[in-house]
Design a binder for this molecule. Structure first.
Ligand code: HEM
Ligand SMILES: *[C@@H]1O[C@H](CO)[C@@H](O)[C@H](O)[C@H]1NC(C)=O
Ligand SMILES: CC(=O)N[C@H]1CO[C@H](CO)[C@@H](O)[C@@H]1O
Length: 474
């Protein structure tokens, strides 16, 4: 038994040694080390490298990313199907959802369904906007309970983001204290931990330890999947034409309408739930965490935001998403925060769908594409002040908000984040409402703020504490 395993392992290592061949016209890059590929050199600004034995190309800079993902979107919008995360998810979610599905007509159908469901979600007092504002009230209550003491914001923002997306997915009515929210936030934080940190990045890319990590990931996803399944089985029979229609109900409608041969299946629904729940929680929460970290570290920026928010909202009860057009400075700050947060530094990996070319190099079908979104954030020639936190990067000489096309935290092209509008709405409504009511202060015993994010698939600021005071005008 043991001898057999040893022989198999030896054969496997031996084949890996000879699998890192570079195609003739492949872009230049360093020589890969067997098994590791170029993982030990991820700091280099390479054009080409190997993930274990799989050829990969890093897209560096806005021009290369736009050329590939937008102008040649058809060739560059695939997804690799054999990375660690696929191994972890496949046994649970048998059918692909959106995030990990390869470029195909069934991916397109589900993506379109997702976009439509988000777009059509509720109206008037049931609108997405009102849901988010309702959620900010919960945040306000939590913060009012801890005025003057220092609190850890991490769980609060993760719970808020998880709760908002859960409402859209299955009309979840539970509060933060409920095990349901706690469970999901716990799972998402654990999964992120696996992918985060420099070591986590290597693990993510290394074939030899992938299997072990997959099993751990599998356990977490399995739990989340079970919970989603329970919601569906309880609600399938009691389905009522309530408004707003959440994603599960819209999907079940779709299942009834379409016949066989459609790409909609119950398995797809579970994958879709997992995709949206996960993609919509950690990203938004970490952007909010970065936002408040910077607002506390730059009190003068916080005050200027509050002044402009007070002026624009004047006697109004609550902010609306439309108000953003008049709030030039807060908008500039939120965009600068996204630049600093660099939440998805390497996006989600893409794959080339057919033999193609990019900037004079030929790229064979199947090559993994790593869009280095970080590389656009400090690129020379695009920013007034690339290396500092400075909202002027998003203001013209008249102090009006401008959005340079090269800020792409949501990526670009056919695969661009489909929750962008929801995420922007959450960031704006939550930040503005909280800033209007509270002052956020770095606690005296909190050490010096450390603004460097923890490197990972989804980056997160180092844990910090914050002190909340009521504003005198509020
Ligand atoms: C600040 C918050 C967010 C950031 C920075 C972000 C960023 C990204 C990025 C970089 C991608 C990969 C795009 C690519 O492959 O090129 C992506 C994909 C995706 N995001 Fe987001 N995202 C955020 C919030 C959300 C939210 C709230 C949702 C919830 C609906 C969501 C749902 C998705 C989905 C479903 C995909 C996969 C799209 C596809 O593969 O076709 N995201 N996001
Ligand atoms: C991505 O770009 C950043 C900034 O230029 C660089 O520091 C980082 O090493 C690059 N990452 C990869 C994987 O090439
Ligand atoms: C398990 C579960 O979440 N069931 C939900 C079914 O739908 C109703 C109303 O839409 C919710 O109140 C239940 O919590």
């Amino acid at each position: 038994m043991f001898a057999c395993a040893a022989v198999l392992a030896a054969v496997w290592l031996f084949t890996l040694l000879f699998r890192t061949h570079r195609s003739p016209n492949f872009p230049p890059g360093p020589r890969p080390i067997p098994i590791f590929g170029n993982l030990l050199e991820l700091d280099l600004e390479n054009l080409c490298l190997f993930i274990g034995s799989r050829p990969a190309v890093v897209l560096h800079g806005f021009k290369a990313i736009k050329e590939a993902l937008v102008n040649k979107g058809n060739d560059f919008s695939g997804r690799a199907q054999d990375l660690m995360v696929n191994h972890a998810i496949h046994p649970i979610a048998h059918a692909p959802g959106v995030v990990l599905a390869d470029y195909s007509s069934s991916w397109r159908e589900r993506r379109r369904f997702g976009l439509m469901t988000l777009r059509n979600y509720g109206l008037g007092k049931d609108s997405m906007e009102q849901r988010i504002l309702g959620e900010v009230n919960t945040l306000i209550k939590l913060m009012e309970q801890s005025l003057g003491t220092s609190i850890s914001p991490q769980l609060i923002f993760h719970s808020a983001a998880s709760y908002i997306i859960s409402q859209i997915l299955f009309a979840q009515q539970y509060d933060y204290e409920h095990d349901f929210t706690k469970f999901f936030v716990g799972v998402f934080l654990e999964v992120s931990k696996i992918f985060n940190g420099r070591w986590g990045m290597w693990i993510h890319l290394m074939e030899c330890v992938e299997v072990l990590i997959s099993i751990r990931l599998f356990c977490f996803f399995q739990g989340a999947h079970e919970k989603h399944r329970k919601i569906l089985s309880e609600n399938k029979t009691t389905r009522v034409p309530q408004k707003p229609r959440h994603l599960i109900d819209c999907y079940l409608d779709e299942l009834e309408k379409v016949g066989d041969g459609s790409s909609f299946s119950e398995d797809n629904l579970y994958s879709l739930l997992l995709d949206f729940h996960f993609a919509g929680t950690d990203t938004t929460a970490n952007t909010l965490l970065t936002c408040f970290l910077y607002l506390m570290s730059y009190p003068e920026v916080q005050e200027r935001c509050q002044k402009e928010i007070d002026e624009v909202l004047d006697g109004k009860d609550q902010v609306s998403f439309e108000d953003r057009h008049e709030m030039h400075y807060p908008q500039a700050v939120l965009h600068e925060v996204q630049r600093m947060a660099d939440v998805a530094p390497l996006s989600v990996f893409h794959k080339v769908t057919r033999d193609t070319e990019l900037m004079g190099f030929s790229i064979p079908k199947g090559t993994i594409i790593i869009p280095n979104l970080s590389s656009t954030l400090t690129e020379d020639g695009y920013w007034k002040d690339p290396h500092h936190f400075n909202p002027d990067n998003f203001l013209n000489d008249e102090g009006q908000f401008i959005k340079p096309e090269n800020l792409i935290p949501f990526s670009a092209g056919p695969r661009t984040c489909l929750g962008e509008n929801l995420a922007r709405m959450e960031l704006f409504l939550i930040a503005v409402t909280l800033l209007r009511r509270f002052r956020f202060i770095w606690p005296e015993d909190g050490g010096t703020p450390d603004l460097t994010p923890q490197f990972g698939t989804i980056q997160t600021p180092k844990p910090y504490r914050m002190k909340v005071q009521l504003r005198p005008t509020a």
